[in-house]
Ligand binder design. Structure first.
Ligand code: AOF
Ligand code: ZN
Length: 392
């Protein structure tokens, strides 16, 4: 992508805190280019500004195993230097803005702190510390030991929010679970096998959000009633041939899918599938396509499921199933986010399933509250984006 080598900040008179905020916003924008590719790594964007306050390089983390944002930005500066667009000493004393603390360990790639030291960077401004125990403050300390001045905490909330999945997975060792529900105004899931109730735009958003998730979770019941594909479509694949098809995870306590070998989710040509069966179930041939989870007597142990998924590298789960799984996940306090799509329809028929069922909620003190992050409409469908406030 072309770089505006000498783009300046809007006003040279901006106070240093305003500059920090300005460039950190740019980091957040750049970081989002890694959506759907960077996982299980965080979304990171980086901007390098020379001593004169000019933008000299930008970068982002595109894919796990590839260059970190800081290295990507440094590489851009070096290329511009080789072409003669920038002077040899443009990096000396420059300021690096990055939404996450630079790493100081060797993972799939080397430590960013070393790359910044070698480049002669003078100041590093970061949004948040990295919750990865291999980093968590040690990146900052390594920079300071090398006489690089470090400021942490610029747009801290936005930076943490952008990486809510990474932060959650790193600190809890469980994936960040988003419950997607599409329900009528009277809270019903709609008749079986019915066409999409929600608008085209809502459907497109769902496919986009599926593609940003590591896994899509459903149940054998949903497979039996709807035979869904649970792949990313809606023109996204044509637009971007590298679009990621998430792992499909089917909760199949009694291994009922064995009787349905031709269902769409067992066709793994387009996307992989993990079958989750209860301990004690007889499976004719168990391999990597299966995960065995304890059976609690009333269902699969969902907490163990989430830990098992995280161990397999799944940091985010998108749930598309019926009301019973929704109720069980909420009861286990495993839902981190709700996306509720509501078309302007009333079924008024108690024979169609409710969007949530099975919670034992005796009184209001046991209700789950919701912290509303956003409400918007996509054509005729209203969308609620919220995080739960669980009862104590
Ligand atoms: C950064 N900049 O752009 C990213 C960071 O296996 P690796 O080498 O890719 O390291 C992954 C870890 O590095 C990840 O868990 C997180 O702690 C940090 N990610 N750090 O300085 C970046 N993506
Ligand atoms: Zn790094």
């Amino acid at each position: 992508m072309p770089v505006q080598w000498h783009a300046s900040i809007p006003s040279a008179e901006l106070a240093s805190e305003d500059c920090d905020v300005f460039w950190m916003r740019r980091c957040l924008q750049l970081a989002q280019r890694g959506l759907g590719g960077a996982s299980p790594n965080p979304l990171v964007g980086c901007v390098i500004v020379n001593k004169a306050g000019k933008l000299i390089g930008e970068g982002f983390h595109a894919k796990a195993g590839e260059a970190h944002a800081e290295v990507d930005a440094l590489r851009q500066v070096c290329e511009a230097q080789e072409l003669g667009y920038l002077g040899a000493d443009d990096l000396k004393g420059a300021t690096v803005y990055v939404n996450l603390e630079p790493c100081c360990h060797t993972g799939k790639t080397g430590p960013c702190t070393d790359a910044l030291k070698e480049a002669g960077i003078g100041t590093v401004v970061c949004g948040t510390l990295d919750p990865n125990p291999l980093v968590s403050g040690q990146g900052r300390d390594a920079l300071q030991r090398a006489q690089i001045s470090v400021r942490v905490g610029v747009l801290e909330e936005e930076c943490a929010e952008l990486n809510c999945v990474f932060f959650h997975a790193m600190t809890t060792r469980k994936p960040y679970v988003t419950l997607k529900l599409a329900a009528t105004l009277d809270g019903r899931l709609g008749p079986r096998q019915s066409a999409w109730m929600t608008s085209d735009m809502a459907r497109q958003e769902v496919h986009q959000l599926r593609s940003y998730s590591d896994a899509i979770l459903t149940t054998a019941n949903t497979v039996f009633s709807d035979n869904p594909r649970l792949t990313v479509r809606e023109g996204l694949v044509g637009k971007n041939p590298n679009v990621r098809q998430p792992l499909r995870v089917v909760l199949d306590r009694h291994n009922r899918l064995e009787a349905m070998p031709h269902c769409h989710v067992l066709d793994t040509a387009e996307a992989p599938t993990l079958r989750v069966v209860g301990s004690g179930v007889m499976v004719s041939h168990i391999d990597d396509a299966f995960l065995v989870v304890a059976d609690t007597g009333t269902g699969l142990d969902l907490t163990q499921l989430m830990t098992g998924l995280c161990e397999r590298g799944v940091t985010s789960v998108w749930v598309e199933a019926g009301g019973t799984l929704a109720g069980s996940l909420l009861d286990a306090q495993l839902v981190n986010r709700l996306k509720l799509y509501t078309p302007p329809l009333i079924l008024g028929d108690t024979s169609t399933p409710p969007m949530i069922s099975g919670r034992l909620c005796g009184n209001l003190s046991q209700a789950i509250g919701w912290n509303v992050l956003n409400r918007y409409t996509l054509e005729n469908t209203s969308v609620l984006d919220a995080t739960p406030i669980y009862p104590a």
